[in-house]
Design a protein around this ligand. Sequence first.
Ligand code: A3P
Ligand code: MG
Length: 268
Amino acid sequence: MPYTDLLESALCIATQAGERIMAIYRSGDFTVTHKGDDSPLTQADLAAHRYIADELARLAPEIPLLSEEDADIAYSTRSTWTRYWLVDPLDGTREFIRRNPDFTVNIALIVDGYPQLGVVHAPALGISWIAAEGVGCWRIENGERRALKTRRKPELPVFVISQSHQNPALAEFLSRAPKHEAVSRGSSLKFCLIAEGLADLYPRTGPISEWDSGAGQCVAEQAGAQVLRLPARTRLGYNEKASLINPLFAVIGDPSADWDAVLASIRA
Ligand SMILES: Nc1ncnc2c1ncn2[C@@H]1O[C@H](COP(=O)(O)O)[C@@H](OP(=O)(O)O)[C@H]1O
Ligand SMILES: [Mg+2]
């Protein structure tokens, strides 16, 4: 199936998963438990996971799935995958619980270790960002599609940072960084802000998992950004090791600009 059709199907699945999340969000009828890594879990995460897993299996039964809520798959098994769905059914669970709208549904297709298709859907904002290699990238709101393009680095760049996970390394980086404006957003929306040309750098100093970045990386890259692991400055890749935690990385909207000093000063 060409990515054009697969992308529309993935968008439809993410949107429908978002409806299920919003029904629980509006009702306020959910309980919060904590997983082994102490991250919160609600009925909304699980309802979205079950819906997405069923629908992706119907859409493309030959493509395996790695979801945050079904991630216990041995590396010896997944290292044989040449392509797979990488899903975070509800990214920004902390925001969801606090009734902050910065949470997203994330569906990525990883091929040979890199994202080739990505859908980020923010159900409480009513906005989706979609991208696929060879197809294009768009922001969708109220049925209106706008092509995404990162911007040239401005005089006063905007740095977009985490809302719920700010660590001393980030504070240290920001205090030493050249003049900038800092904006904080939850979940994978940080990648989308860069893709829209509303922000210029996303420094990720705290750990996040591969499902937190796959779809957002595709959206940002297709819009012209680079997602670079640090300090190596090579493209962030997937399914390369037993751990599913990403290395330190940064997203830059304008790769033609000089980011040398800034990237060198981002530490874990
Ligand atoms: N120490 C850690 N290890 C792995 N993932 C972490 C983490 N700290 C935060 N995250 C994940 O990062 C995501 C939030 O990112 P941000 O801080 O940019 O909003 C959350 O995803 P979920 O909400 O899907 O659990 C959270 O679980
Ligand atoms: Mg997540």
